[in-house]
Design a protein around this ligand. Structure first.
Ligand code: PMP
Length: 410
């Protein structure tokens, strides 16, 4: 029959997409996907931006430059500036979501057998992306404060002794998906120093940094890189409008050294010729409208309230049976069941009671910890969050009962 590429012979899909079929079940409360709340989209602002884009439609209905339209690139330079990063349009490529940015970076840097370091846990789709490039993946542990940079250092020393240092390290330093953790500034600085010392590219994925609802902003790796000699050459920063404006735009970008971007642009030609100039125009109009900051304030307040409701609900309904750290932004709570019930067992009982989440295995390169789970508070309403937690409490009782039934002698 078909002679598929070895990478796609029997590919595992995303653990999140595998749960999709349950989403449409009546009354289902989902803590599963990292989907923004559609009630929080700035539809008025986007539709006005779309009208303005349409007024000058002819240019943006044509093919556009592969690396992105100058209008959007200029707006993104401005946005990066507001985030403390000084960059230029030449250092930016517009991508079809930040998902594509990582794919392009992998394409231009990574070959079969190359060493790539990722955090453990990390974003499941990007584990798949690294696997698709047939790299050797090494997992760097994550603590409540993000990547364990001391552990990383030990791994680098060992890798270097064997002549196998990584080409690339993938990290999500702000409100990580799935851990919710944020890397403190001292660890960021050490990470940058290590990148310079061991000469690997630091792929900084930052979809959630704009969604802080408590505490102080921590400068991005790219912002800090300008303070550390040589570090600017090693940082690729990826971000997106998906979580702060709308994922349906599919507008993301990478800011990186020109040497890397030039190659990403060639790789993008064969991927999609270029991201939609039409949508880029809408995005540029939206950013130029000046509505984003007020919108961010509004959505951060809403996500903060939902996060607190989830944290309260989990503590109240599951008590000692679950442990987690409360995030100060983003969309996720990463939790661990403290007893002998696995996340998969809880999920089975949860789905039967109209609540779902994602078991943690898919977020681990080695997939061995069966007691972790990711809960997103982004899309359910406050009432649904509370109700979902009650259902989780019931699901845990049911999972324990099912377990003791199995244990009974026949
Ligand atoms: N990186 C991370 C960590 C994510 O959570 C996501 C979306 N879930 C992406 C990248 C991709 O986002 P997009 O392609 O919509 O920009």
């Amino acid at each position: 029959m078909y002679r598929f590429s070895s990478v796609y012979l029997d590919p595992k899909g995303s653990p999140i997409r595998a749960l999709y079929k349950h989403l449409s079940e009546p009354g289902m409360i989902s803590f599963a996907g990292g989907y923004p709340d559609p009630q929080l989209f700035d539809v008025t602002g986007l539709s006005a931006a779309s009208d303005r884009a349409f007024e000058n439609s002819s240019a943006c209905l044509e093919y556009g430059p592969t690396e992105g339209t100058s209008g959007l690139k200029n707006a993104l330079v401005q946005l990066m500036h507001e985030r403390g990063v000084l960059t230029t349009p030449e250092n930016i490529i517009v991508t079809t979501g930040s998902q594509q940015a990582f794919d392009l970076v992998l394409r231009v840097l990574v070959e079969q057998g190359d060493s790539v370091f990722v955090e453990q846990p990390t974003y499941s789709t990007n584990i798949q992306a690294v696997q698709a490039h047939q790299a050797q993946i090494s997992a760097v542990p994550v603590t409540a404060e993000g990547m364990d940079v001391q552990a990383l250092e030990r791994m680098l020393v060992a890798a270097s002794a064997q002549g196998q240092t990584p080409k690339l390290l993938y990290t999500i330093p702000n409100f990580s998906n799935p851990s919710g953790a944020t890397l403190p500034v001292d660890r960021r600085i050490r990470l940058l120093q290590l990148a310079v010392q061991y000469q690997f590219v630091l792929a900084e994925d930052d979809p959630y940094g704009g969604l802080r609802f408590s505490g102080e902003t921590v400068p991005s790796l790219m912002a800090l890189a300008s303070q550390i000699p040589g570090a600017k050459d090693w940082v690729v920063h990826m971000s997106t409008l998906s979580k702060i404006v709308a994922p349906g735009l599919r507008v993301g970008w990478a800011a990186a050294p020109v040497e890397i971007l030039r190659r990403c642009s060639v790789a993008k030609q064969t991927a999609d010729v270029g991201s939609s100039p039409w949508v880029q125009r809408i995005a540029a109009e939206y950013l130029a409208s000046g509505r984003l900051n007020a919108h961010l304030e509004h959505i951060c307040a809403a996500y903060g309230a939902k996060c607190r409701a989830l944290v309260h609900g989990l503590r109240h309904e599951l008590g000692e049976a679950i442990s987690f750290h409360e995030p100060s932004g983003g969309m996720f709570v990463w939790a661990r069941l403290t007893g002998d019930i696995t996340a998969a067992e809880l999920l089975t009982q949860g789905i039967a009671r109209g609540v779902m989440f994602v078991p943690g295995e898919g977020f681990q390169a080695d997939g061995v910890d069966r007691f972790t789970l990711r809960l997103s508070f982004a899309s359910p309403s406050l009432e649904e969050v509370a109700q979902g937690c009650r259902r989780l409490g019931e699901a845990l009782v049911a999972a324990r009962a099912a377990r003791s039934k199995q244990a009974l002698p026949a």
